[in-house]
Design a binder for this molecule. Structure first.
Ligand SMILES: [Zn+2]
Length: 256
């Protein structure tokens, strides 16, 4: 077998594994209350999410969820310079959610379960030190990658785990692999997809998590412009979405 064939087979088996992992719900949420819930989330997160992104949230009077990989803080990232600790404290003071995204931001399908859990515990410890309080117990998989065993292994450690599979969370969605919608401009159809999911959630109810990275006039392939983000938030709210952090939507769902 040539290297090329080997690589193709490797990626095919990864695609199959990814699909199977997504199909098996390890911790289904029994009931998502009727109505349209919306969360705006930022992964990693570049400093522009904390400035331009927060400006958009402020315009609409809503708060966001920031999934932080602590090992990236202060580093140069593919979507711009990653934010630093003081900004996280400011976000938390202003009512935004600081949530988990591992420390090293590795693809967790390529490390052992023990290593993944260890990295998560370092992430929690760093965020505790930065914030002076417990971070949110909600988590997003780096690159959205996970396995069936990892989803199961994380159940005692996090309350929800968000992936990157597109969709609206409904009754029996897996809380260990929540659906989301990637607002990354590398996807030529990302605005149309987000709008379709917004209509879907408005028509039938459910919880839509829109996530991105940087927010900039000239976004990276993983980010979005402030104008486009604002248009999506406005559209969702015009169609009846109640917007809140992952933590607060989850708390509301759990109390029903
Ligand atoms: Zn990430």
């Amino acid at each position: 077998m040539t290297d090329d064939e080997q690589a193709r087979r490797g990626s095919l088996s990864r695609r199959v594994a990814r699909r199977l992992t997504g199909m098996v719900r390890v911790a289904p949420v029994l009931r998502i209350s009727p109505g349209f819930r919306l969360t705006i989330a930022f992964d990693d997160c570049p400093d522009s999410a904390c400035t331009r992104g927060v400006e958009v949230l402020d315009t609409h009077g809503i708060r966001g969820t920031f999934y932080i990989a602590t090992g990236l803080l202060g580093q140069a990232g593919v979507s711009g310079p990653i934010t630093a600790a003081p900004r996280l404290r400011e976000l938390a003071r202003n009512g935004h959610e600081i949530a988990l995204h591992t420390h090293m931001h590795k693809d967790l399908t390529r490390v052992s379960i023990a290593e993944a859990i260890e990295d998560l515990s370092i992430n929690i410890k760093f965020l505790q030190d930065i914030l002076g309080q417990e971070p949110s117990p909600h988590f997003a998989y780096p690159f959205g990658e996970t396995t069936l065993s990892l989803k199961r292994a994380l159940i005692p450690h996090v309350t929800t785990a968000r992936g990157v599979r597109g969709g609206v969370n409904r009754d029996f969605s897996d809380r260990m692999q929540l659906f989301a919608c990637d607002l990354g401009s590398h996807r030529p159809d990302f605005m149309a997809t987000a709008q379709r999911l917004i209509h879907h959630a408005a028509d039938s109810g459910g919880w839509l998590v829109l996530f991105t990275h940087d927010v900039s006039e000239s976004p990276s392939p993983y980010g979005i412009s402030p104008q486009a983000l604002s248009r999506l938030v406005k559209k969702a709210r015009d169609l009846g979405a109640v917007s809140n952090t992952v933590h607060d939507v989850w708390a509301e769902l759990s109390s029903n």
